[in-house]
Design a binder for this molecule. Structure first.
Ligand SMILES: [Zn+2]
Ligand SMILES: [Zn+2]
Length: 225
C-alpha cells in the first residue's frame, strides 16, 4: 500500500500543532442556565465551570455545524500564542440527561499516535509504504524517485536484497567476490505524530461511573468504570 499523505494538512499530523477540535461541550445547570465551551457571540473560549463530578440537568458534546461560528472561534484563536482550532463536522450529538441521583463531568481526552512515513527529497511528497508490498523498496508515488544503489565498479545497479539487510551488486555477484552497494538516499524515513481528540462524558451514580466517549470518527463507546 502506498498512500500519499499530507503531513501538514492532515488533522494534527505535526509535532507542533494542536489537534483540531470538532465538538464543544454544553452544560445545562439545574436552574436552566447553560454553559458552552465557546461564547456563541464572541467565540471566546470558556473553562468548564467545574471539572469535577456535580449535578447537572444535562450534559452534551455538540458538533460544529455553523461555519460562521467556526470562523469566529478560529479568528479569536489565531490571536492566541497557542491556538487550538476548530472545524465543522458531521459527528452526532452526544447528549446525556441526568437523573436526580446522578452527577457528571465532561472533558477532552487526547491520544497520541506515532507512525512512520517516507518523505521524498526530490518533490517533498510524503507517503506511507509497507515492506510487504510488491515493491521491495519504497518509490515516491508522485515523481517516482527511489533510493538508488551504486557499485564501486559497475555504477548504479538494482541490488540483490538479502534478508539480513545487505544489498549486493548483481553483476559482481555473478562474476566474482560479492560486493556491497552504497545507498544514494532520496527518500527519508520520518515519524509523524498524530494527536487525536476524543470527547468524554462521565456519569456517576453511587459508586458506578459510566463513561461515554465519542471519537473523531463518530464512534461512541460506553463503558462502566
Ligand atoms: Zn517525489
Ligand atoms: Zn558490481
Amino acid at each position: 500500500m502506498r498512500t500519499t499523505i499530507n503531513p501538514v494538512m492532515d488533522e494534527g499530523l505535526s509535532t507542533m500543532e494542536a489537534p483540531i477540535t470538532l465538538m464543544y461541550w454544553a452544560l445545562e445547570d439545574l436552574d436552566g442556565t447553560t454553559y458552552v465551551l465557546y461564547d456563541l457571540a464572541t467565540g471566546e473560549q470558556h473553562k468548564v465551570p467545574d471539572p469535577n463530578f456535580r449535578r447537572w440537568k444535562s450534559v452534551a458534546w455538540i458538533p460544529f455545524t455553523d461555519a460562521s461560528f467556526v470562523d469566529l472561534i478560529n479568528e479569536r484563536q489565531a490571536q492566541l500564542p497557542n491556538p487550538s482550532y476548530v472545524d465543522l463536522s458531521t459527528l452526532p450529538v452526544l447528549h446525556v440527561k441526568l437523573r436526580d441521583d446522578e452527577e457528571a463531568r465532561v472533558f477532552f481526552r487526547g491520544k497520541i499516535e506515532y507512525s512512520d512515513f517516507y518523505e521524498c527529497g526530490e518533490c517533498g511528497t510524503a507517503f506511507l509504504w509497507m515492506r510487504e508490498d510488491t515493491e521491495p523498496y519504497p518509490v515516491c508515488p508522485k515523481c517516482g524517485a527511489c533510493n538508488t544503489w551504486f557499485c564501486d565498479i559497475h555504477g548504479e545497479v538494482t541490488p540483490i536484497f538479502l534478508q539480513n539487510g545487505e544489498r549486493r551488486c548483481p553483476i559482481c555477484e555473478k562474476q566474482g567476490p560479492p560486493r556491497g552497494c552504497s545507498l544514494i538516499r532520496r527518500l527519508f524515513l520520518r515519524t509523524a505524530v498524530r494527536k487525536e481528540l476524543a470527547y468524554c462524558i462521565q456519569v456517576k451514580r453511587g459508586d458506578i461511573i459510566t463513561e461515554y466517549v465519542i471519537n473523531k470518527d463518530g464512534i461512541v463507546t460506553v463503558n462502566s468504570l
